[in-house]
Ligand binder design. Structure first.
Ligand code: SDX
Length: 424
C-alpha cells in the first residue's frame, strides 16, 4: 500500500500496515496491535491534543509555519480589507461561499430581526452586581437563553437549527451591549436595525444613534479577524458539548467559558494588565528578563499553531494606528512596540518561535474605543460566535461524528480491599 505506515510490534514481531490519508492515520487502527486476544490494543496518548485531529473540517485553514489564515479558502487579510460587512464574512464561514446580494440581504434580515432580547433575560442581568465580570454574565445569559427556546433541543431539524443560529447571532451583540451598560448602571438601548451589525452593536453599547465610521470599520475588522480559528480550545468545547446533542445555547455558554481563560481569549485582558504593570518603557528590559527566567509569560505572545507572526496581529497593529488617529495614541502602544521589538530579536523568543498573537494589540484598540479591560474577551466572544456555530453545525451534520468520549491511560491503584476507619 503506497500511503501507509508499516509497524512492527517488537513484543510479538507482528507487522501491521496502517493507511495514511490527509496526512493522518486513524488511531483506531492502532487498536489492532495486540499481544493477545484479551489485549485492548494500542491507544495514542496525547495530552492537550498536541498532535490529534478530532474532526475533519472545511471551514478554516491555518498554516502555522507560514502564518497563513483562510476562511473557506479566502485569505484573512483580503476579507478584513475588502469585505464591507461582518455578516458577509459570517455567511461565508457558515455556508461556505460568499453570498449573493439577495442571500446576504436575507441572512442579514434573519439575524437583525433577532436582535431584540426577551425581558426575562434583562431581569436576570439586573440581578448581577455592577462589578460582576462581564464574561461571567455572558456565560450565564447564553445558558439562560436555552430556557426560552426549548425547541432548540431538536438540533437534527435543520430549520430549527438555523433559527437558533439566527437567534444567537442576533442576540449576542445585544447581550454584550446590555452587559456593558449594566456594569455602568446605564439603561439599555434598543437595537437600531438601520445600522450595520458592527454599528448597531456600538450604538447599543455607547447609547448613540450614529457611529464614527473609523470605529465602525475597526469593530467590523476586529469581528472578522476573531470570527473563527479552526479547532482552538473554545471551539473544541463547542463541538464536544454539541456531540452530546445538547442545545446550542448550552454549547455556546460552554465555549464562552473556555474562551475566558487567560491562556485563550482572556489573554487580551491580561495583555493590558501586563502593560499597566510595566508602566514605562524603562521597565521593559526588567520585565523581559523575568519572562526569560520563566517567572512571567509575555501575554499576547506565542501560539500553539502559529510559529510565525499571527496574520491577525499584523492587521490589528495597522488598525490601531487608524483608530488612534481619532482617539489619540494609546500611551501603552509604545510599551507594546518596545516589548515586540525586544522579543523579536531575543534568542529566548526566537528559539521558541514566539510571536505576537491576535490578543497582543487588540486590547489597545478596545481601550481607545472606550471599552474597559474586563470587557475585551466579551468582544472576542462576539466575533467568535459565528465560528462556534459554523463548527457546531459541521459537527452535528458530520456522519463520522458521535458523542466525544476520550480514553485514558490508567496509572492508579490496582484492586485493593476496603479498610474500616478504625483500622486506618
Ligand atoms: C488565543 O488556539 C487558538 O487558535 C487560540 C486563538 C484563537 O483565535 O482561538 O488563536 C486565540 O488563545 C491566542 C493565544 C492567547 N494566549 C496568550 O497570549 C497567553 C500567552 N501565550 C501562552 O501561554 C502560550 O503561548 C499559548 C498558551 C498560547 C500556547 O502554549 P503552548 O503551545 O502550549 O506552548 P507551551 O506553553 O508549551 O510553551 C512552549 C515554550 C515554553 O518554554 P519551555 O518550557 O520550552 O522553556 O514556550 C514558552 C513556554 O514557557 N512560552 C512562553 C510564552 N508562550 C510559550 N514564554 C513566555 N511567554 C509566552 N507567552
Amino acid at each position: 500500500m503506497v500511503n501507509s505506515l508499516q509497524i512492527t510490534d517488537s513484543r510479538t514481531q507482528k507487522q501491521y500496515t496502517i493507511p495514511i490519508e490527509n496526512g493522518a492515520i486513524r488511531t483506531m487502527e492502532l487498536r489492532n496491535i495486540k499481544v493477545n486476544d484479551d489485549d485492548f490494543g494500542i491507544m495514542g496518548y496525547d495530552p492537550a491534543f498536541m498532535n490529534t485531529a478530532s474532526v475533519k473540517s472545511k471551514i478554516t485553514y491555518i498554516d502555522g509555519d507560514k502564518g497563513i489564515l483562510r476562511y473557506r479558502g479566502y485569505p484573512i487579510e483580503q476579507l478584513a480589507e475588502e469585505s464591507h460587512s461582518f455578516l458577509e464574512v459570517a455567511y461565508l464561514i457558515f455556508h461556505g461561499e460568499l453570498p449573493t446580494k439577495d442571500q446576504l440581504d436575507e441572512w442579514r434580515s434573519n439575524i437583525m430581526s433577532e436582535c431584540f432580547i426577551p425581558e426575562s433575560i434583562a431581569t436576570i442581568l439586573k440581578g448581577f452586581d455592577l462589578s460582576s465580570h462581564p464574561m461571567g454574565m455572558l456565560v450565564s445569559l447564553l445558558g439562560a437563553l436555552s430556557t426560552l427556546y426549548p425547541e432548540s433541543q431538536n438540533i437534527h431539524d435543520p430549520t430549527i437549527r438555523m433559527k437558533q443560529v439566527y437567534r444567537l447571532m442576533g442576540h449576542t451583540p445585544t447581550l454584550c451591549a446590555m452587559i456593558f451598560r449594566h456594569t455602568k448602571g446605564l439603561p439599555f438601548q434598543e437595537p437600531n436595525l438601520q445600522l450595520s451589525y458592527s454599528g448597531n452593536f456600538l450604538a447599543m453599547t455607547f447609547g448613540t444613534t450614529t457611529v464614527h465610521p473609523v470605529f465602525e470599520r475597526a469593530m467590523r475588522v476586529l469581528l472578522i479577524l476573531h470570527a473563527d480559528h479552526e479547532q482552538n480550545c473554545s471551539t473544541n468545547v463547542m463541538r464536544c458539548i454539541g456531540s452530546s446533542l445538547a442545545n446550542p445555547y448550552a454549547a455556546a455558554a460552554g465555549a464562552t467559558a473556555a474562551l475566558w481563560g487567560p491562556l485563550h481569549g482572556g489573554a487580551n485582558e491580561e495583555v493590558l494588565k501586563m502593560l499597566d504593570e510595566i508602566r514605562t518603557i524603562e521597565n521593559v528590559p526588567a520585565f523581559i528578563k523575568e519572562v526569560k527566567e520563566g517567572k512571567r509569560r509575555l501575554m499576547g505572545f506565542g501560539h500553539r499553531v502559529y510559529k510565525n507572526y499571527d496574520p491577525r496581529a499584523r492587521v490589528i497593529k495597522q488598525l490601531a494606528y487608524e483608530v488612534f488617529e481619532v482617539t489619540g495614541k494609546n500611551p501603552k502602544l509604545e510599551i507594546a512596540l518596545a516589548l515586540e521589538k525586544i522579543a523579536l530579536e531575543d534568542e529566548y523568543f526566537i528559539k521558541r518561535r514566539l510571536y505576537p498573537n491576535v490578543d497582543f494589540y487588540s486590547g489597545l484598540i478596545y481601550q481607545a474605543m472606550g471599552f474597559p479591560t474586563n470587557f475585551f474577551t466579551v468582544l472576542f466572544a462576539l466575533g467568535r460566535m459565528i465560528g462556534w456555530l459554523a463548527q457546531w453545525n459541521e459537527h452535528i451534520t458530520d456522519p463520522e461524528q458521535k458523542i466525544a468520549r476520550p480514553r485514558q491511560v490508567y496509572v492508579g491503584y490496582d484492586e485493593r480491599p476496603y479498610i474500616p476507619i478504625n483500622q486506618r
